[in-house]
Design a protein around this ligand. Structure first.
Ligand code: BES
Ligand code: MN
Ligand code: MN
Length: 460
């Protein structure tokens, strides 16, 4: 019997154990954006370290300027390739809590086969598939065909501000022949996806101040500056009704998808009406001259994430706010430079601030887009892994969202990166009732185990 058969058998014999461990991992409220979660973050990292050690990997928790990183590895052998597995143990906040059907950090297995918990799919559940595949290889009585290095960080949901420096500092440890990541989605149920491109992101906030305090709108209306109007005007200026962004230079250098990509997108089993229905809207929005898949994956965007200023409580209050502001994120595509976009945004805002107002700008995030060459052998291994682990050939997709460190792996480390999507598009990432289909958790484990086998064969 081939080694991989023993490994797969191990995964089948340990389904209950794997689920129990996943549930333990999901119990940690490891919310990276909350400065008060030091204890929970450390306990979660510690639990992961112990889990790695429980099946024979050497593991350690390494500090960064922010939340700690968990690193685990097999003994390095020179006769086999190295796979670096990346994932994140931090999760998004849970608000609005009242919309959850069960507490977010008390994982609940439902009749429909899902586990409900914050982090179920993003990214604890998905990352853990690779941990359990490693266990299966280590414990099946056969030798893993690759050297494994795990890098599980705690700051992805806040933009991975310290990870690149951390990797550079420990460069030797993270040199690999391929990077393996599961932090994306399938195309739909039973439609696993190999993702080859992510959008980047520039995230901005601007705060406009008028008078030094809120003012009575009867006493001072007519002579007082109103920053809420300035914010409203600037935001309205940013996009035309078709959704085309009006910031000068914003589209400079934007690379259009290639013909083969457009052809592939045509073949995917889209259902735009169903998608609109799922979202509770009558039709999809956006730039009419582009097909939906291009709007969703290949075009840069600008979205207001929040607007504030003045009175928004119950009833009416006649007031002229002293301050108003907005948070705006822009999704970027290849050919756009994130810092340049931040500067263009800043110029656009500053030019529109009348003399009697002040403005402050904050740039939270700059991450470039990534396109991964689809021709490298690791991609081939990914296809083979899905075919065996899921019983389905994967679809080749892009994603509109971002994983900040990926461009660093691809463009700076020049490392073939494989994004195996095990989650579903309706898993409620970042929202109430986040979930993960347990069957996909198990199929993910098998797919990961097969990936290591296939990659080792292909690399030889
Ligand atoms: N796992 C997501 C990214 C993702 C979601 C990829 C769905 C593909 C499908 C990741 O954890 C995430 O939320 N990224 C943030 C990055 C931001 C905080 C810099 C995003 O895209 O908003
Ligand atoms: Mn994620
Ligand atoms: Mn996320």
């Amino acid at each position: 019997m081939a080694a991989i058969d023993d490994v797969i058998k191990y995964t089948e014999n340990n389904r209950d154990k794997f689920e129990e461990e996943l549930f333990e991992l999901l119990r940690f409220p490891s919310i990276s954006s909350d400065p008060d979660s030091t204890e929970e973050m450390n306990r979660c990292a510690e639990w992961l370290k112990k889990n790695f050690e429980s099946f024979g990997l050497s593991a350690e928790i390494l500090p960064t300027q922010g939340w700690p990183v968990v690193v685990a590895e097999t003994a390095k052998k020179s006769d086999r390739p190295t796979v670096l597995v990346y994932g994140h143990y931090d999760v998004q906040p849970v608000d609005p809590l009242e919309l959850w059907n069960s507490p977010p950090f008390e994982p609940r297995r439902a009749e429909n086969g899902n586990v409900y918990a914050r982090g179920a799919t993003d990214d604890k559940g998905q990352a853990f598939t690779h941990v359990k595949a490693a266990e299966a290889w280590m414990k099946a009585g056969v030798e893993p065909p690759v050297n494994l290095v795990f890098l599980i960080e705690g700051e992805e949901e806040i933009g991975s501000p310290n990870l690149e420096d951390f990797i550079r500092e420990h460069r030797e440890r993270f040199l690999a022949d391929a990077v393996l990541i599961s932090d994306t989605s399938q195309f739909g149920r039973d439609l696993p996806a190999l993702c080859y491109a992510l959008r980047g992101i520039t995230y901005m906030e601007f705060i406009v101040t008028g008078a030094k305090e809120d003012l009575h709108s009867g006493m001072f209306g007519g002579i007082a500056p109103n920053p809420a109007h300035v914010v409203a005007r600037i935001l309205a200026d940013m996009k035309d009704p078709n959704g085309t962004i009006q910031i000068p230079g914003f589209y400079d250098g934007v690379k259009a998808p290639e013909d083969w990509e457009l052809e592939e997108y045509e073949k995917l089993p889209w259902d735009f009406e169903e998608l609109a229905k799922q979202l509770g809207i009558s039709k999809l929005s956006g730039e009419r001259e582009y097909p939906v898949p291009v709007r969703k994956w290949c075009r840069p965007t600008l979205d207001i994430n929040g607007v504030y200023g003045g009175f928004a409580g119950k009833g009416a209050k006649t007031v002229i706010p002293s301050k108003a502001g907005a948070k705006v994120s822009m999704r970027l595509v290849p050919g756009q430079d994130a810092e340049r976009i931040a500067n263009l945004f800043e110029d656009f805002v500053r030019e529109r601030i009348p003399e009697e107002y002040q403005v402050e700008l904050i740039n939270y995030q700059n991450s470039p887009a990534t396109v991964i060459p689809v021709e490298h052998p690791a991609m081939q291994a990914g296809k083979e892994a899905f075919a065996k682990g899921f019983g389905k050939e994967p679809l080749l997709t892009r994603e509109g969202a971002s994983i900040p460190v990926v461009s660093f792996f691809v463009d700076e480390m020049k490392c073939p990166t494989v994004l195996l999507g095990f989650g579903l598009p309706d898993d409620n990432l970042h929202a109430p009732n986040e979930k993960f289909l347990l069957e996909d958790f198990h199929r993910g484990i098998k797919t990961s185990a097969h990936f290591l086998d296939a990659f080792a064969r292909i690399e030889k």
